[in-house]
Design a protein around this ligand. Structure first.
Ligand code: FES
Length: 175
């Protein structure tokens, strides 16, 4: 485990983008700003897929969107965060997975994950824990790295990846 000096954006850069009903995601004690930019109709909400415009997410930032009632992290990783994730030895991981298994080839800057801790489902906080550009679950102390891989604490598994595909370099379809 490496305790890194944080030099990435903080929660100030975290946007919560609600794609459905407001207030459905428990975010613990964090007071994240709410940006309701989609406001889809009921018919759209009923669809099993969500398309999201990645051009709205600056490098280093993280947004939280909703898909099928689940909170989804969309993280635009910096080159440093990618390098750190790629350079981590699998032997250091609780749930070993190379960074390449966490992202799409050629789109390594985008990390898209279900935002529920694999312990009891809390929404971890971004970049407030041990790992630079990682997640800290305040509920019981699980720590995730910059690839969303669990590194310590009671969580048994890495943050789960939803099904998704890139429709273009700036458009992703989740579901
Ligand atoms: S719910 Fe995240 S550590 Fe318990």
């Amino acid at each position: 485990m490496t305790a890194d000096v944080k030099n990435e954006p903080t929660r100030r850069d975290f946007l919560y983008i609600a794609t459905g009903a407001v207030g459905v995601v428990g975010v613990g004690s964090a007071a994240w700003p709410l940006v309701d930019q989609m406001n889809p109709s009921a018919a759209v909400q009923a669809l099993a897929t969500v398309e999201f415009d990645l051009s709205t997410v600056e490098q280093g930032a993280l947004v939280l969107i909703k898909w099928n009632g689940l909170p989804i992290f969309v993280r635009h990783r910096t080159p440093d965060a990618i390098a750190e994730a790629q350079g981590t030895a699998l032997a250091d991981l609780k749930d070993p997975a190379p960074d390449s298994a966490r992202v799409k080839l050629g789109q390594e800057q985008w990390l898209i994950m279900i935002a529920n801790c694999t312990h009891l489902g809390c929404v971890p906080e971004f970049d407030t824990g041990v790992f630079r550009g990682g997640w800290d679950c305040k509920c019981h102390g699980s720590q995730y790295d910059s690839a969303g891989r669990v590194r310590s604490g009671p969580a048994p598994k890495n943050l789960v990846l939803p099904p998704y595909e890139f429709l273009s370099d700036t458009l992703v379809k989740i579901g």
